[in-house]
Design a protein around this ligand. Structure first.
Ligand code: F0G
Length: 501
């Protein structure tokens, strides 16, 4: 493994020492973050999220024991939500018991639901304060009390989220939408929704974590941010870093990133380092480089990225009028998203926003299936594999968020499934031909749902939400017909008639 000639070496390029401000953390940041802490997923050790002092200590991404960290903070309703008794909401939380319906939840969660519904209902009007407009209309910052207590002036938002939830089941797809019904027929589900995260600003779900991660970087005075990526995280980081005026640095597995993602990353101006190796090599390297060169790391190893991605879960619940679905199904690679969505559902349940926990099904490509293998052994062992799959976004053999995701699957009675490349490509054709479209990794969702319904794990009449993680345009090659010669015709009516008859 080597950094190629266009890349960075310690002490060069990014300007070691200049990658973050040496000024002490601002008082408003210290105050806002004073009740936020980081807990180790392995040994439960707790660290403060930020520490006062000069020089500013390096951000912490791992516990002393090597385990990954999880953000913890108290949830407090804003003062104006006072027509409900605050005591009802600030202190109350519910025991997590997936098997039991949370009967007292609806009243306790009412103030939170009202807060989020009011924000979602406000049309963005530019004559009001820009910051407020951005925050309320973002499908991430609408839920800010549950994500990151950032003072408004630090928030870096496009805004993101507010992605479509397409009804595509046999029963719920609505009249006149026979194309979308094909997806329900393929899955074998009556009530099925697809949540299209490819409709985010840079075309993938990564923007939800990135807006929170880059906001955190901004609060910490970072001047350079970095990640390893199979392509979507890099495009997102490049965009948000550019917006914040920070240097973006991305590590990509050379020759293994879909063209659309690479083009975005370069266009947004990130320093793009292609590693002679795979994603797992790039991931190991970026962590070392960030620690050594004081660059702020924005992979999902960074617990604040995971917090932002929770917003997918909250938005699904809100779009379903806070009626939790039976299942949520998503593709799984580095396992940040499985961790985030599971955490969102757990917290939504504890706050009384919903009355039961949805079950989560994480779908891996059969050639990149370490989480599936571990699940099949009852999680008694952790696996890593040499990953190989046509779905390059999830071509990951040693997922960073393994422990976080394991906890999620265990607590929601979830499942991990694998699908072959052929099944992924077949499902992608169905989604594309329905007029919705997605990148290959996203189609693992539909392939997984189809298998789980066929095996009777998901019942035909259960309410299921599948997540499409990336836009069709991200990968213009894989699984898309490239041969167009057959329809090049003379510019005459006769020639066109012959082709269309
Ligand atoms: N779908 C797409 C389109 C992705 O880009 C990714 C991950 C996943 C699914 C899997 O999500 O890693 O949270 O389990 N892409 C990362 C990247 C690795 O670098 O863009 P996960």
């Amino acid at each position: 493994m080597a950094i190629n000639s266009t890349g960075l070496r310690p002490g060069q390029g990014a300007g070691e020492g200049n990658n973050r401000s040496n000024a002490p953390l601002p008082v408003d940041v210290l105050e806002a973050m004073s009740t936020t802490s980081l807990r180790c997923v392995e040994c439960s050790a707790v660290y403060p999220a930020v520490v006062a002092g000069q020089p500013v200590p390096s951000p912490r991404y791992r516990c002393e024991c090597g385990g990954v960290l999880d953000v913890e903070m108290p949830f407090c309703l804003p003062k104006q939500q006072s027509h409900y008794s605050r005591e009802d909401f600030d202190t109350k939380s519910f025991e997590l018991d997936a098997a039991t319906d949370n009967d007292s939840a609806p009243s306790a969660g009412a103030a939170w639901r009202q807060l989020f519904d009011e924000r979602a209902a406000n049309p963005p009007i530019w004559s009001i304060g820009t910051d407020k407009m951005l925050h309320d209309s973002s499908g991430v910052w609408r839920y800010r009390e549950l994500l990151l207590p950032a003072p408004e002036q630090y928030v870096i938002s496009r805004p993101e989220g507010n992605t479509s939830l397409y009804p595509v089941g046999i029963e719920n797809c609505g009249s006149g939408r026979s194309g979308h019904r094909q997806i329900g027929l393929y899955a074998g589900l009556e009530r099925f929704f697809l949540k299209h995260e490819g409709e985010n600003p840079t075309g993938s779900f990564k923007d939800r974590g990135m807006t929170v991660g880059v906001t955190m970087a901004n609060m910490l005075g970072a001047r350079a941010v970095a990640c390893a990526s199979t392509g979507n995280t890099s495009a997102s980081l490049a965009s948000y870093a550019a917006q914040a005026g920070m240097r973006g640095i991305v590590f990509l597995p050379a020759g293994k990133v879909a063209g659309g993602k690479l083009s975005q990353t370069l266009a947004y101006g990130a320093t793009t380092v292609q590693i002679e190796g795979d994603f797992d090599d790039a991931m190991r390297l970026v962590e070392q480089v960030c620690n050594e060169m004081q660059i702020y790391l924005l992979n999902s190893l960074n617990p604040f990225r995971v917090e932002g991605q929770k917003a997918i879960g909250f938005e699904i619940l809100q779009q379903l009028d806070w009626q939790a679905p039976d299942w949520v199904v998503l593709p799984a690679g580095n396992l940040g998203n499985t961790s985030a969505i599971g955490k969102a559902f757990r917290q939504a349940y504890q706050l009384g926003l919903i009355s039961h926990l949805p079950r989560i099904a994480s779908i891996q490509a059969a050639g990149a299936n370490p989480f599936y293998q571990s699940f099949m052994q009852g999680f008694s062992q952790r696996y890593s594999v040499h990953a190989e799959t046509v779905a390059t976004a999830i071509k990951i053999g040693d997922p960073v968020s393994f422990s976080r995701a394991r906890r999620v699957i265990e607590e929601c009675d979830g499942i991990v499934e694998q699908v072959t490349d052929q099944e992924i490509l077949a499902a992608k054709v169905v989604i594309d031909r329905a007029g919705i479209g997605c990148e290959p990794a996203s189609a693992a969702t539909l392939a997984g749902v189809r298998n789980l319904v066929a095996r009777g794990v998901i019942q035909r009449d259960e309410r299921v939400v599948g997540i499409l993680t990336g836009n069709l345009l991200k990968d213009g090659q894989t699984g898309i017909p490239q041969q167009t010669d057959g329809v090049v015709v003379e510019a005459t009516l006769d020639a066109v008639r012959k082709v269309l008859s």
